[in-house]
Design a protein around this ligand. Structure first.
Ligand SMILES: Nc1ncnc2c1ncn2[C@@H]1O[C@H](COP(=O)(O)OP(=O)(O)OP(=O)(O)O)[C@@H](O)[C@H]1O
Ligand SMILES: [Mg+2]
Length: 273
């Protein structure tokens, strides 16, 4: 129990080593794509991984992971297994095309159940795909779950960077460690082998330096990313040798390193008497 007005008790996930939120201030920058492919890339590093779609209003994970339609709860054990990964999404219970118009307490209720009432078992990583913004889902997750860290996704444009900064600030205010920034849709390599910086480039790295956090990597634009996402077979799984998949593998390594470093014992000062 906590005193009235005090912080709510956190849900404990004893079998889960790291809970990592993939977030951004802005919509459409590629959070769900990054969450899904990062989860698969972590798995390719030999980790046991779960992926929780925390976007109750606009779940993308069922489409991206190829889970067609609503599941039969009576016969389907949860979390679902797909490509060896544990999955949970509101899209398994409500058709993704149906508009959900719920207030904050309902979002809180479902997310709390998704995390606390589902047996996630033993996992090295539980990756959370957050909705855009700094709203109810973010509030519930940061208050009720012991998050190991947050990854902020941005695209290179100023308009996205402004919102990424806000997202980063929110996690810091609620004392969730920001693991770093990922620049998605960073550049495009044409058939001519030339590199095109369609939305400009380097804003993510600049933001990381300015906010004193890590720059975790950049993901190029590749039409196959969208195609694979739409057909339910993410690029890291479908084309593991592609440059995009390789950039996801180095992102996964950077995330793993960052989490391990966070656990390093504090450096003790040298005492010179
Ligand atoms: N690197 C990339 N190259 C090409 N297309 C991409 C890339 N990253 C994401 N996309 C595409 O951009 C669109 C938006 O991506 P996604 O749904 O992951 O964004 P989001 O931030 O989760 O959006 P929302 O805020 O609505 O949750 C999708 O169609 C996706 O396939
Ligand atoms: Mg999304």
């Amino acid at each position: 129990m906590h005193p009235p007005g005090g912080p709510p008790a956190k849900i404990s996930l004893p079998g889960v080593e790291y809970v990592v939120a993939v977030a951004s201030g802005k919509g459409g920058v590629g959070k769900s794509t990054v969450a899904t492919n990062l989860a698969l890339a972590l798995q390719m590093q030999g980790q046991t991984v779960g992926l929780l779609d925390a976007d109750i209003y606009g779940p993308s994970i069922p489409t991206m992971m190829g889970v067609p339609g609503v599941i039969d709860q009576a016969t389907t054990p949860l979390p679902l297994d797909r490509y060896g990964m544990k999955l949970l999404s509101m899209g398994f219970f409500i058709p993704t095309e149906r508009a959900v118009i719920w207030r904050g307490p309902m979002i809180d209720k479902y997310l709390t159940q998704f995390i606390g009432a589902i047996d996630w078992g033993e996992l090295d990583y539980l990756v959370l795909d957050l909705p855009p913004g700094t709203g109810d889902a973010q509030l519930t997750l940061t208050q009720k779950v012991e998050l190991s860290g947050a990854i902020i996704v941005t695209t290179p444009q100023d308009i996205s960077l402004i919102d990424a900064r806000k997202g980063l600030q929110m996690f810091r205010e609620v004392r969730v460690p920001v693991l770093g920034i990922v620049e998605n849709m960073s550049y495009f390599v044409g058939d001519d082998g030339k590199r095109y910086e369609i939305f400009r480039h380097g804003g993510g790295r600049k933001l990381a330096a300015e906010a004193n956090t890590q720059f975790l990597g950049e993901i190029p634009i590749d039409p196959r990313v969208a195609e694979c996402g739409d057909t339910g077979d993410p690029i890291v799984h479908r084309h593991p040798d592609s440059p995009v998949a390789q950039s996801y593998l180095s992102l996964a390594k950077a995330v793993m390193d960052e989490l391990k470093q966070g656990e390093a014992p504090p450096q003790l000062p040298e005492l010179n008497f």
